[in-house]
Design a protein around this ligand. Structure first.
Ligand code: NAD
Length: 481
């Protein structure tokens, strides 16, 4: 599939420099995509601006009709969309399918908007009414990362569109294929030209979006380093911005936790999507005597095989970075219980694989305890009690997710209250809130007000218009006159 920009309903290439799109499954080149510049962002903004009056002028009930059809198209094309995610991102077919199913759920929330966004009206004094209506912002932009090529664009695009905005999507340059299909299927579902546009590229496109005077709001999902750049740059240009960053999620495991369920959940959270989830378990804090659970985790991890039930990581650089972290931890005295370095898959020697890795006796000041590794690696820190475990969790710069595994409601509550993270799990390793509950972290895992999905996104993608009317004919004077 050739990747082009999608502007005003047309696939366009302007003779830009092309970048190879590589499948991390085997290192093969599967496509190439244009590295665009501010010129293409200008063209997309122009198209989105022209489409805005007609699109925002429709009722919300009319706008969601496109998404009823689009949701159906996602279902009809699920095998192809799953395959695309698998090939461009490297996750397993099962994980890729789950991602597309999540996109379908996100569309279901978007089509429910007419039931939620009903506006407010009250007669505030006799004959005088105040009303609040949610109005779209105008042209808005969404910038997305490589790890969920199908789902993360669906966190923002359907809601922003249904609420009446016109959108420019800048997908990760590593995974442009799923986004391209999204453009095609939205068109097939009846979305008018110019309402949704895609500009492919890297840093230059992101900077042009942040600097553009006609873009009213930008959402960003990616690493904390870039989230900070985007948040500052876009806010400096007086855009509304929410920027989700990286993570270092702690799972606190207590000795009374259910052994099989806990071991299974911790390992699945660490290794699922090859650890390339912002909700992945990265540190396990073992409280007091949890050796029996760690032994069970090692058994679970042994059943995870790269190329079979474990996908690849995104690139050669990612594989090297992850392996460097493991080597450094070992040199600093940590104990590698299961070692995923140098993994290869027969017949896919050009692919980028790291096996599941469990590192025990990690100290809180080691890099593997503090930095985002973004691979199928978990660091175990031993803590003497729950207070120390919570203090270790609290010391992280990040704050996306945290979870506790225990059978004690009282101890679970202590973690629910004490953890410094936006999304908390109790006996759940990947505590992603499902629609209509919103998704978003704390600390350096998110910059800006509100969350990115669910009800919170309604605030982000709209502005309130407050209208006061007086239709009583008598000349009644009061403090409002
Ligand atoms: P990334 O920050 O490298 O890239 C994200 C986007 O920013 C891409 O579209 C990329 O083209 C652009 N970009 C990259 N460098 C840039 C620069 N210097 N200036 C401007 N734009 C730039 O992230 P990634 O590697 O694609 O994704 C993985 C990261 O995303 C991880 O840190 C992960 O935790 C995070 N993530 C967070 C969430 C969340 O909800 N908090 C969800 C998914 C992924």
């Amino acid at each position: 599939m050739e990747v082009a920009n999608f502007i005003n309903g047309q696939k366009v290439r302007n003779g830009q420099t092309l970048m190879d799109v590589v499948s991390p499954l085997d290192g093969s080149i599967i496509s190439n995509m244009p590295l665009s510049s501010s010129k293409e962002v200008d063209q997309a903004v122009e198209a989105a601006k022209n489409a805005f009056p007609a699109w925002s002028g429709m009722t919300i009930k009319e706008r969601v009709q496109v998404f009823f059809k689009y949701r159906q198209l996602l279902e009809e094309n699920i095998e192809e969309l799953t395959q695309l995610v698998h090939v461009e991102n490297g996750k397993t077919m099962g994980e890729a399918r789950a991602e597309v199913l999540k996109s379908i759920e996100l569309c279901e929330f978007a089509v429910s908007m007419p039931q939620i966004v009903t506006n407010e009206i009250q007669e505030v004094s006799k004959g005088v009414e105040c009303r609040i209506e949610r109005k779209p912002l105008g042209v808005v932009a969404c910038i997305t990362p490589f790890n969920f090529p199908n789902m993360v664009p669906h966190w923002t695009v359907p809601n922003a569109l249904v609420l009446g905005n016109t959108v420019i999507l800048k997908p990760s340059e590593l995974v442009p294929l799923s986004a391209q299909r999204m453009g095609e299927l939205l068109k097939e579902a009846g979305l008018p030209d110019g309402v949704f546009n895609i500009v492919n590229g890297g840093k230059d496109v992101v900077e042009a979006i942040c600097d553009h005077p006609e873009i009213k709001a930008t959402s960003f999902v990616g690493s904390t380093r870039v989230a900070k750049i985007v948040y500052k740059r876009s806010s400096n240009n007086l855009q509304r911005c929410v920027a989700l960053g990286g993570a270092k999620n702690h799972l606190l495991v207590l000795p009374d936790a259910h052994v099989d369920m806990t071991a299974n959940n911790v390992v699945a959270s660490m290794a699922g999507c090859a650890g390339q989830r912002c909700m992945a378990a990265s540190v396990m804090v073992g409280v007091d005597r949890v050796q029996h659970i760690i032994d069970r985790m090692v058994e679970e991890a042994k059943a995870i095989v790269p190329g079979d039930n474990l996908g690849s990581v995104i690139s050669k650089e990612a594989k090297e970075r992850i392996e460097r972290y493991i080597t450094e931890a070992e040199a600093q005295g940590a104990k590698i219980l299961i070692d995923g370095r140098n993994a290869t898959v027969p017949g896919k020697e050009g692919g980028f694989y790291v096996g599941p890795t469990i590192i025990d006796y990690v100290k809180p000041d080691m890099a593997v305890a503090k930095e985002e590794i973004f691979g199928p690696v978990i660091s175990i820190i031993r803590a003497k009690d729950l207070d120390e475990a919570i203090q270790i969790e609290n010391s992280s710069n990040y704050g996306n997710a945290a979870a506790v595994f225990t059978q004690s409601g009282g101890l679970a509550k202590k973690v629910m209250e004490g953890a410094s993270a936006g999304m908390i799990g109790v006996n759940i390793g990947v505590p992603v809130p499902r629609e209509p509950f919103s998704f978003g972290g704390w600390n350096e895992s998110k910059f800006g007000v509100g969350d990115i999905t669910g009800k919170s996104s309604i605030e982000f993608w709209t502005q309130n218009k407050k209208t006061t009317t007086k239709w009583n004919p008598e000349d009644k004077r009061d403090w409002m006159s």
